[in-house]
Design a binder for this molecule. Structure first.
Ligand code: NAD
Ligand code: ZN
Length: 247
């Protein structure tokens, strides 16, 4: 499929599902896990983003999360996030599924966002399950934050080895199953089950578009590959949708 064919297809207002990964936030200055700047101190993300790491050393894990929250607070959505928010306005059947925990899609105006891996600004009590949104709070200096019930708070994200929130996963599968165009953007598609979504869409006959400067596991299923950054490729697509009336 060519870019022009994609634009023609979008103009007919098909059902669109989009999956984003950390690559779309890279140009906002938020490191991806597997990129060159993915290390923190000497640790790989896979050594910190696990329930075992939290049990072993909650103080260390919290230190890393506070560091990441601060980067995200200071970051701004980029042209890629903004283009997706604009696409949502112009396409009546549009679902955005993200593996990101940074909330930048919401901050750039996207409304229908399915967060598969939670949100980094949520504190969740490991004892009573209470959740507190910290996105507007200054970061607490408490080394390990505690709930009023006495339990430890942990970040409200999905760690390696944990299951995804069933409701979000359900909605994501439905969107992938039913869409006619599926975008895979800035994800290496190695983290399951999210990585299975492009494959499912492809099997159900959707056109798959990949936006990623590098080849990934999705590339073999892709009908159109844009080997560009998200902040460059997405505004290009949206510029052509200007003739489509916003809803
Ligand atoms: P990943 O680190 O495995 O892959 C990132 C992908 O983005 C790579 O394929 C890379 O080639 C691509 N990429 C890099 N720069 C890009 C750009 N400018 N435009 C488009 N693509 C670009 O990340 P992942 O597959 O998302 O999986 C890691 C998990 O870690 C995620 O599921 C997420 O939960 C978590 N995470 C989240 C954030 C965030 O919220 N911003 C950041 C790091 C990790
Ligand atoms: Zn509690």
């Amino acid at each position: 499929m060519t870019l022009n064919e994609l634009i023609d297809m979008l103009a007919r207002q098909p059902r669109v599902a989009v999956l984003t990964g950390s690559g779309i936030s890279a140009e906002s200055g938020i490191p991806t896990f597997r990129g060159a700047d993915g290390l923190w101190k000497q640790f790989r993300a896979e050594e910190l983003a696990t329930p075992e790491a939290f049990r072993r050393d909650p103080k260390l894990v919290w230190e890393w999360y506070r560091f990441r929250r601060q980067i995200i607070r200071e970051a701004e959505p980029n042209a890629g996030h903004l283009a997706l928010a604009e696409m949502e306005k112009r396409l009546p059947h549009f679902v955005l599924i993200t593996q990101n925990v940074d909330g930048l899609h919401q901050r750039s105006g996207s409304r229908k966002v399915i967060e598969l891996h939670g949100n980094i600004f949520i504190d969740r009590c490991v004892r009573c399950g209470k959740e507190v949104d910290r996105s507007l709070d200054p970061e607490s200096n408490e080394e390990i934050p505690h709930c009023e019930c006495g339990g430890l708070f942990r970040p409200g994200v999905v760690w390696f080895g944990e299951t995804l929130p069933p409701d979000a996963l359900d909605r994501a599968w439905n969107a992938a199953e039913q869409c006619e165009v599926f975008f895979s953007i800035g994800t290496s598609a190695v983290v399951y089950p999210a990585a299975g979504l492009p494959e499912l869409a492809h099997r159900r006959g959707a056109r798959v578009v990949e936006i990623n400067p590098e080849a990934t596991a999705v590339s073999v299923h892709a009908d159109l590959i844009m080997r560009e950054s998200a902040a460059k490729a997405l505004p290009e697509i949206v510029a052509h949708l200007q003739s489509v009336k916003p809803s």
